[in-house]
Design a protein around this ligand. Structure first.
Ligand code: COA
Length: 146
C-alpha cells in the first residue's frame, strides 16, 4: 500500500462530531494512478453520489445533477484511506437543491490521523418520470411521512 509522503502542509483534524456521513468508501489500487494518488474523477463520482442522497430525500424522489458549482481537492487521497463523505443541503429553490459535500480521509485507517481532502458544492434538480424539472414537495409533507 502506498504511504503518503511529502504531502503539502497537511492540517490534521477530526471527523465532524455528531454527524453521520452519507458514504464511507475506501479507494482500491484500480482507483489510483501509478503514483498511488486516487484519480480526481473517482472522488468526483463518489461526491456526486453522496450529495444526491440528501437531495433525493428532500425531493422525495429522483433528482438529476445539473451543476458542479465548485470543487476543491485540498489534499491528495491515497489507496487505503478510509473516506467519509458528509453532505448538507445549503439552498433550496423551486425545483433545485444545492448541497455542500465535505470529504475526510482517515489515513492508515486511524481516526487519529484525519485530513479534510475535498470540499464541493453541487446542485440537483428534482425531476419527474418525464425527466423534466418537478416542483419540490413542501417540507411539512415530508415530515408528516415520518
Ligand atoms: C436537470 C434538467 C432536467 C433541468 O432542466 P432545465 O430545463 O435545464 O432546468 P431549468 O432551467 O428549468 O432549471 C431548473 C432549476 O435548476 C437551476 N439551475 C439551472 N442551471 C443551473 C446552474 N448552472 N447552476 C445551478 N442551478 C441551475 C435553476 O435555477 C432551477 O432552479 P429553481 O427551480 O430552484 O429555481 C436538465 O438540465 C437535464 O436533464 N440535465 C442533464 C442532467 C444529467 O444528465 N445529469 C447527470 C446525471 S444525473
Amino acid at each position: 500500500m502506498t504511504t503518503p509522503q511529502n504531502t503539502p502542509s497537511v492540517t490534521h483534524t477530526r471527523l465532524p462530531e455528531g454527524k453521520m456521513p452519507e458514504l464511507r468508501v475506501m479507494p482500491a489500487p484500480s482507483d489510483a494512478n501509478v503514483y498511488g494518488d486516487v484519480f480526481g474523477g473517482w472522488i468526483m463520482a463518489q461526491v456526486d453520489v453522496a450529495g444526491s442522497l440528501p437531495a433525493t430525500r428532500r425531493a422525495n424522489g429522483r433528482v438529476a445533477t445539473i451543476a458542479v458549482n465548485s470543487f476543491v481537492f485540498k489534499q491528495p487521497v491515497f489507496v487505503g484511506d478510509l473516506l467519509s463523505f458528509y453532505a448538507n443541503i445549503v439552498k433550496v429553490g423551486n425545483t433545485s437543491i444545492t448541497v455542500c459535500v465535505e470529504v475526510y480521509a482517515e489515513r492508515n485507517r486511524l481516526q487519529a490521523d484525519v485530513v479534510k481532502v475535498t470540499e464541493a458544492q453541487l446542485t440537483y434538480v428534482a425531476t419527474g418520470p418525464d425527466r423534466k424539472p418537478r416542483q419540490l414537495p413542501p417540507l411539512d409533507s415530508l415530515i408528516s411521512q415520518g
